[in-house]
Design a binder for this molecule. Structure first.
Ligand code: NAD
Ligand code: UGA
Length: 469
């Protein structure tokens, strides 16, 4: 039996984004005897992590950062220094969809990933455990190992797969109480030693039976497959919602009926304007690309349909708005309630609200957007539309709806349920429309107030027998 490496208790995380920041904050909180440093090439982001205004909004995050920052949690731009001093390195850089060359629009862009591998190799002066935290194509660890072992420097690098399952908006809760933690490794003595160190770290706060050790390829693939399954449920219920609208069935009732089967379960069956977020679409497209690489066309088509239904659902929502509002939106003022891709986050990546806003602009509508957390990101995303006065951003929802012909609810922020819709109705042009893309609101009450109400996947409640989808 060869001597096993003796790793120090310094943890580095490369990538200070939605995953790196919260994940390491919780890890530092739970493991006071580890010194955790998070590094990023983006100096502005690191400065924000070191300030009172963190770069992302996530419930509970500020408290954890306040408890740990400066104690055993540090944010820095010194990537080389971090690699030198830390023996346990998480990599949580972004792995977006490739926009160029072979696989453009489908495959994962691994350039940031490969760059970190090369940096680790350049600056490492001791043995390392390198942990894939980013979501990666199955068998990426092999490429990582080859890069890390491409120089004969006498150092050993053990690559583990430890995909992250947090959802934005509930990241701290998910990290503190995960359904499971996957730790994938090779089956060698050194790999098992590295794996056990990571198991011990998580075991500080995660019940041991929820820490699953498995083969490294299974671990990588489990992450892509989990996201595909989750997204598939949403596309399934959204496909049902389209049929509900034609048949006067109610998608909420149908979803409840389906979800009561314990084999199916009630979660992730909320019909919506489509799933957003930085990962579902990119991860499914990546999965589809991998299938095609292996010549598994039928499976590729199957999963690709999940993304197609999602695009269809957004188009369908927009078309329903157009038809309900007398087949013209030109010159009408339409207010979007919410711009974040889901509630409790400022993140707008792949938010369906972006597609809806742009679709409305294409119909020559005037778009007013309100959101409690995401307007800063909206300003950046829609800079051109804003400069052409096609879109305005208004923080206060009452002010935003004032003078509008319609409200379209995009994000299920609880505050939108609490508004005084009588007051809002008074301030709008008539007939006043509400399109509830999340089925969040009290539709009967809205109809009583006088609104023409268009829920999703249920019969519309109109006062004048208007368009039925
Ligand atoms: P992000 O874009 O918010 O953060 C990634 C960070 O990595 C950026 O700040 C970027 O500047 C930094 N970076 C890129 N190259 C670098 C380099 N060479 N050196 C140092 N820093 C570098 O991305 P994210 O949302 O945190 O996602 C990261 C990974 O985690 C992705 O693979 C994603 O699929 C996965 N993931 C994301 C979520 C989520 O909810 N956002 C959940 C689970 C898994
Ligand atoms: C998702 C997964 O839930 C996480 O487990 C995973 O780690 C993460 O992707 C990732 O890999 O990035 P996230 O995208 O942050 O997390 O948020 P979700 O709660 O999954 O919501 C995704 C989208 O689906 C949102 O737009 C949400 O509104 C929508 N959704 C969700 C529905 O339309 N209906 C539902 O029933 C549930």
């Amino acid at each position: 039996m060869g001597k096993l490496p003796d790793y120090n208790k310094n943890i580095l995380c490369i990538g200070a984004g939605y995953v790196g920041g919260p994940t390491m904050a919780v890890l530092a909180d739970k493991c006071p005897d580890y010194r955790v440093t998070v590094v990023d090439i983006n100096a502005e982001k690191i400065a924000a992590w070191n300030s009172d205004e963190l770069p992302i909004y996530e419930p509970g995050l500020t408290d954890v950062v306040k408890r740990t920052r400066g104690r055993n949690l540090f944010f820095s731009t010194d990537i080389a220094g971090g690699i030198k001093s830390c023996d346990i390195i998480f990599v949580s850089v972004n792995t977006p969809t490739k926009t160029y060359g072979e696989g453009a629009g489908m495959a994962a862009d691994l350039q940031f990933w490969e760059k970190t591998a090369r940096e680790i190799l350049t600056y490492a002066e001791s043995d390392k455990i390198v942990i894939e935290k980013s979501t990666l194509p199955v068998r990426t660890a092999q490429a990582m190992e080859r890069i890390l072992h491409s120089r004969d420097n006498g150092l050993s690098f053990e690559v583990l797969s430890n995909p992250e399952f947090l959802a934005e908006g509930s990241a701290i809760r998910d990290l503190e109480n995960p359904d499971r933690v996957l730790i994938g490794s090779r089956d060698t003595e050194r790999a098992r030693h590295a794996r056990d160190i990571l198991v011990d770290i998580y075991a500080r706060w995660v019940p041991r039976e929820r820490i699953i050790t498995l083969g490294i390829w299974s671990s990588e693939l489990s992450k892509l497959a989990s996201n595909a399954f989750l997204a598939q449920r949403i596309s399934s219920i959204n496909a049902i919602s389209a049929l509900c609208e034609k048949t006067e069935a109610d998608v909420t009732e149908v979803a409840r009926a389906i979800g009561l089967d314990s084999r199916i379960g009630p979660k992730f069956l909320n019909a919506s304007i489509g799933f957003g977020g930085s990962c579902f679409k990119k991860d499914i497209l990546n999965l589809v690309y991998i299938y095609r690489m292996y010549g598994l066309e039928e499976c590729a088509d199957y999963w690709e349909a999940v993304v197609k239904i999602n695009e269809y659902q957004k188009r369908r929502f927009l078309l329903n708005m157009l038809k309900a509002m007398f087949n013209t939106l030109a010159g009408k003022r339409i207010c979007l309630f919410g711009f974040a891709f889901k509630a409790h986050t400022s993140d707008i990546r792949e938010s369906p609200a972006i597609t809806i806003a742009r679709g409305l602009v294409a119909e020559r509508a005037q778009v007013v957007i309100t959101d409690p957390q995401a307007l800063k990101n909206a300003k950046w995303e829609l800079a051109e539309e804003i400069s052409r006065n096609e879109v305005t951003l208004v923080y206060d929802p009452y002010e935003a709806a004032n003078g509008c012909d319609a409200i379209a609810l995009m994000t299920e922020w609880p505050l939108y349920r609490e508004l005084d819709y009588r007051e809002i109705y008074q301030s709008m042009r008539k007939p006043a429309f509400i399109f509830d893309g999340r089925n969040l609101l009290d539709h009967r009450e809205l109809k009583e107030i006088g609104f023409q109400v268009y829920p999703l996947g249920k019969p519309p409640l109109t006062t004048d027998g208007g368009f039925k989808p």
